[in-house]
Design a protein around this ligand. Structure first.
Ligand code: HEC
Length: 124
């Protein structure tokens, strides 16, 4: 009986996480269309001027970098004025589109990436 209860609990927990990802994905798609699609393209493949963001390497290796680019910009990419929630949503979108799949990214991890990049800027 106890095992069944634990199983049920895990099932409910699992459904909740999927639900959150679906919501974040849908919101993130809107953020992407409004703020990113003009450079990175509808399939994230970029073009001659702008890099692709639709490959696993670009996506997983540069999560922190992506957060930094979006909030601070670089010489080549302008910063995009988004809330932490919108950054989390758009990251969940690009990490789960175009055949990619990744763990849900929380708003908390966006906030912590932002604070590490601030430290990195002060102490390069
Ligand atoms: C004006 C064009 C432009 C817009 C708009 C733009 N980007 Fe970029 N993006 C770039 C350029 C250029 C780079 C390369 C920056 C660099 O290397 O300094 C880049 C780099 C990136 C990277 C890192 C790719 C890698 O492999 O290193 C990610 C992820 C990314 N952008 C996501 C986004 C997201 C998400 C948005 C929307 C919130 C966005 N970009 C909006 C031009 C743009």
């Amino acid at each position: 009986m106890r095992n069944i209860l634990i199983l049920l609990y895990l099932l409910v927990l699992g459904c909740k996480e999927n639900y959150q990802l679906t919501e974040a994905y849908d919101r993130g798609k809107e953020v992407y269309i409004t703020n990113c699609i003009s450079c990175h393209g509808p399939d994230g493949a970029g073009n001659l001027l702008y890099p692709p963001i639709n490959s696993r390497i670009a996506n997983t290796m540069t999560l922190e970098r992506a957060v930094r680019l979006i909030s601070n910009g670089s010489m080549n990419m302008p910063s995009v004025d988004l809330t932490d929630q919108e950054i989390a949503d758009v990251m969940n979108y690009i990490q789960n589109s175009w055949g990619l799949e990744a763990e849900v990214i929380t708003i908390d991890s966006i906030i912590s990436f932002k604070s590490t990049s601030r430290n990195a800027a002060i102490y390069p």
